[in-house]
Design a protein. Structure first.
Lengths: 132, 141
């Protein structure tokens, strides 16, 4: 459940019936850092292959989600589980100087790397001073 | 989300579940059992095998060290998170370093028949049960 969804739920009136429990999802652990040219995000998403990963930007919201695929032999009975869901989801709000058209994503051993560059037009502007 | 109490409760819950599962024979909580918290693990069984899944993304494949001794499965590895110098970090949630998890195995595991496969950040260890202990259908004449 993302922070965004929780906020939306709080704004709803009491009259509305309780929403159906959505599929449980895992909030992947992330590292996020910024340098001069942009922001880099690393997310732990074990079990995710390239074709089962979604990275999308809607407005200023970046969402990563996907379903892990784990090979399970027939008739297996669970004995112990730290991980109780296969769906990953997490959202972040971006700011306007991020160039969302140029987001690059790569996946390596279940670690997603996103690179979000800053826009070029955010360069400092020179202002001439006229002498009267 | 994880206040001090919340995290503590969560750890207690995990420990309680561990005890529920591993506290009884044959999955006794062995004296050599250890748990670094990373990676999370799922265990499943069938009549033929025991399957252990380690959710360990970004591990250097060459660092995997998997062994069975005295009926204890030991899985160790190393995940190094490369930190960029001079960058400003907003979040550092990911595990960084060496880890080891060990489990006492059921008595009927054949230590010679174990294979491990690391794919998409999940290590899948398959442990075959000994032939003699597999359930056998007995015909009624």
């Amino acid at each position: 459940m993302t922070d965004k969804t929780e906020l939306a739920t709080k704004n709803e009136t009491d009259i509305k019936p309780v929403a159906k429990q959505s599929e449980p999802s895992i909030r992947p652990a992330v590292d996020i850092f910024e340098d001069e040219s942009g922001i880099t995000l690393h997310a732990d998403m074990p079990g995710i292959s390239r074709d089962r990963l979604n990275v999308k930007v809607e407005g200023e919201t970046l969402t990563i989600d996907g379903d892990a695929q784990i090979p399970v032999p027939e008739g297996m009975e669970p004995l112990y589980a730290d991980v109780r869901a296969t769906h990953y989801q997490r959202s972040f709000t971006l700011s306007s100087e991020m160039d969302t058209d140029k987001v690059e994503a790569s996946l390596n051993h279940g670690v997603l790397t996103l690179r979000i560059p800053k826009r070029e037009e955010h360069k400092p502007r020179k202002i001439e001073v006229k002498v009267g | 989300m994880f206040g001090t109490t919340g995290l503590f409760n969560e750890l207690q819950r995990i420990q309680r579940e561990m005890e529920e599962v591993f506290g009884s024979t044959p999955w006794a909580n062995g004296i050599r059992s250890s748990n670094t918290g990373f990676p999370p693990v799922n265990v499943g069984t069938t009549a033929d095998e025991v399957d252990v899944y380690f959710f360990a993304p970004g591990v250097n494949p060459e660092s995997w060290d998997i062994s069975i001794q005295n009926n204890v499965l030991s899985v160790a590895g190393e995940r190094r998170v490369i930190r960029e110098e001079g960058a400003s970090y907003y979040r550092k949630e990911r595990f960084d370093g060496e880890f080891r998890r060990t489990f006492s195995l059921p008595d009927d595991i054949d230590a010679e028949k174990v294979d491990a496969n690391y794919k998409d950040g999940v290590l899948h260890v398959r442990l075959q049960r000994k032939e003699s202990s597999k359930p056998r259908q007995i015909k009624v004449n």
